[in-house]
Ligand binder design. Sequence first.
Ligand SMILES: *[C@@H]1O[C@H](CO)[C@@H](O)[C@H](O)[C@H]1NC(C)=O
Ligand SMILES: *[C@@H]1O[C@H](CO)[C@@H](O)[C@H](O)[C@H]1NC(C)=O
Ligand SMILES: *[C@@H]1O[C@H](CO)[C@@H](O)[C@H](O)[C@H]1NC(C)=O
Ligand SMILES: *[C@@H]1O[C@H](CO)[C@@H](O)[C@H](O)[C@H]1NC(C)=O
Ligand SMILES: *[C@@H]1O[C@H](CO)[C@@H](O)[C@H](O)[C@H]1NC(C)=O
Length: 358
Amino acid sequence: RFDIRGFVRSLAMIYTIESINNSTLLPGIKLGYEICDTCSDVSRAIPMTMKFLSKSNSTKKCVDVRCNYTNYIPTVKAVVGPGYSEISIAVSRILSFFLIPQISYASSAPALSEKTRFSSFLRTVPSDIHQTEALAKLVNTFHWNYVGIIGGDDDYGRSALEKFIHHAKNQSVCIEFQEHIPTYIDHKQSENKIQSIAHKIKHSRSATILLFVKGPLIIKLFTELLKQNVTRTWIASDVWSTSKEVARMKNIGKIGTILGLSFKNGNIKGFNEYLQNLRPGPDATNLFIEEYKKLRFGCTQDDLNYNCNDDYLVKNIEHGGAYGAYLAVTAIAQSLRNILKCQEGTCDRTVKFAPWQV
Ligand SMILES: *[C@@H]1O[C@H](CO)[C@@H](O)[C@H](O)[C@H]1NC(C)=O
Ligand SMILES: *[C@@H]1O[C@H](CO)[C@@H](O)[C@H](O)[C@H]1NC(C)=O
Ligand SMILES: *[C@@H]1O[C@H](CO)[C@@H](O)[C@H](O)[C@H]1NC(C)=O
Ligand SMILES: *[C@@H]1O[C@H](CO)[C@@H](O)[C@H](O)[C@H]1NC(C)=O
Ligand SMILES: *[C@@H]1O[C@H](CO)[C@@H](O)[C@H](O)[C@H]1NC(C)=O
């Protein structure tokens, strides 16, 4: 499946890099990038991270085994992303060892704030500590004091449930049941669990259910609940509250009421126009843009640069993520501006600084 959300976020990153290149922020310096698709899978994300660690200026695309990495300079100076917390946690274990700054635009798991474990991890979204507290207050405000909670069986879902339960106690909210959905989509185990959770919800007293589960699994669960005519008030965490795919589900209006939280957003100046005139760029190759244009417009190779555009992507910018990616790139560029001592139209042109300096 082509993931529009991840695609738009990666375009926000590219757009920000190009805008910085065209601006006077880093005079004489051009930023470059490489993008990898983790497919939301840790075992894919790890080898890609290893590739980023290959030695600077080396033709080999792999990391040397050494006894001492103090003076090791890898190709990549900073990493933006990934989105899901459990992928960030795995990737950060490696990047933190090399002290390569990693800035996620969406990973909100509280564990990622622990500097002793994730020393070079940073983010442009707040930790879920705050979100779960806000949700407990929200539930209490509306006197929905009897609720069910469901999380994905991953770092995000488990920690969100744990923190919510903690805050719920202070708000005198009772938890009727808590469940975890395995995060493997289209796996028999997940399908069975979704069926049993749907059954549980149907026969529960709780009028309100909180869901800390990724969008694709919400779609599976709601499909099942719609079949069984189940109606409730659903509370969405940031991971799916702005999902266009959920909002576009057939008969979604019959599921009841959905309320959710998302993170503070801002406007990326010029980004809409960029999306409406999308092209791989003067010298760049971007297989994701090519694939998108082929899928959406049936575009041929020759058309890719100038034709085949509409406002579909603009309509699919989701609250938060794209802006978070913009902030992440901007933070890295500001840091480079300090390291390279940029002033009065010039910067040091050296690239021989270590990632920890960023
Ligand atoms: C950067 O400048 C190039 C060349 O003028 C232009 O084609 C491109 O659209 C600009 N990109 C952004 C993001 O401003
Ligand atoms: C940065 O901008 C320069 C000049 O517009 C361009 O040559 C280069 O390809 C751009 N790099 C990226 C990653 O967009
Ligand atoms: C690693 O190399 C650095 C710089 O050469 C040196 O200061 C440090 O003591 C070395 N660490 C170990 C454990 O050998
Ligand atoms: C759901 O409602 C529809 C229309 O009212 C009805 O035809 C169907 O049998 C119901 N399904 C279940 C599982 O109750
Ligand atoms: C990589 O090679 C270029 C050109 O030979 C040189 O200018 C640059 O300093 C080298 N980078 C590092 C990190 O050694």
